[in-house]
Design a binder for this molecule. Structure first.
Ligand SMILES: [Zn+2]
Length: 239
């Protein structure tokens, strides 16, 4: 992680971290540690934070964590240790690669934890029309959700959620047109929308001749598709 990203993450954390400890029940076994400690060394800090980052639940916890890092780096801060840390990242990145590595790893973990805690978890949209996995999500930002849905699996992005929806509908249409598993029933109207070459009289005729299956639920799509394929092949053969 570079300094610029670290600063952004710290500022984001400052924005989205609840100011009071959320009284939730769902997330993590609530640690009951209080933050009245003097600034311990980093090792002590890590040792004391077996639950880390789950013990960071409110802004006060985050500030305590930032204060420890400021102490570790010998940075003074009058009011806001987190902001001090955020401003110093270009210097800190240069100073000690090992410490920088530890710090940025902690930032990543806290950010993941807090975004989850604050409800900023990725929003799951649904399946990906490209790779067929169910991985399309919108990622949280501090202003809500990112406009662009992304497939976490194949990394395809769409301009907006409705673009994703459109490409999915196109895929579903294609899938329905070649559907061959009996048991999916469509109404006459749905069938003529799916296959514009069909009509109610034609379907009735096919039904009468037992070319296709009709139940109380509607026409069996697989049988209709099979019939259409036969008609198509017949036409093709006659040429
Ligand atoms: Zn995909």
């Amino acid at each position: 992680m570079n300094a610029k990203t670290a600063t952004q993450h710290l500022i984001t954390l400052r924005t989205i971290t609840p100011t009071t400890t959320p009284d939730t029940h769902l997330h993590s076994p609530a640690p009951t540690r209080t933050h009245t400690r003097a600034t311990p060394t980093l090792d002590q800090h890590l040792h004391a934070h077996q639950n880390f980052p789950h013990n960071i639940r409110a802004l006060a916890d985050l500030n305590a964590w930032a204060a420890e890092w400021c102490a570790q780096y010998g940075l003074t801060h009058h009011t806001d240790p987190l902001i001090r840390l955020a401003h110093e990242t270009p210097v800190l990145e240069e100073r000690d690669p090992h410490m920088w590595d530890t710090l940025t790893r902690e930032i990543t973990r806290i950010l993941a934890h807090i975004t989850h805690l604050a409800g900023y978890t990725p929003r799951h949209l649904g399946p990906c029309p490209i790779c067929k996995t169910r991985n399309v999500t919108q990622n949280p930002t501090k202003n809500g959700y990112a406009a662009k849905p992304v497939c976490e699996n194949c990394k395809t992005t769409w301009q907006t959620a409705s673009h994703w929806k459109q490409s999915l509908t196109a895929l579903e249409l294609r899938a329905l047109k070649t559907w061959n598993t009996p048991g999916l029933y469509l109404k006459c109207q749905e069938l003529t929308r799916l296959h514009p070459q069909l009509s109610a009289p034609l379907l009735a005729k096919w039904k009468q001749r037992d070319h296709i299956i009709k139940t109380e639920h509607g026409y069996d799509l697989a049988s209709v598709n099979a019939r259409i394929a036969r008609e198509h092949n017949k036409k093709y053969d006659e040429r």
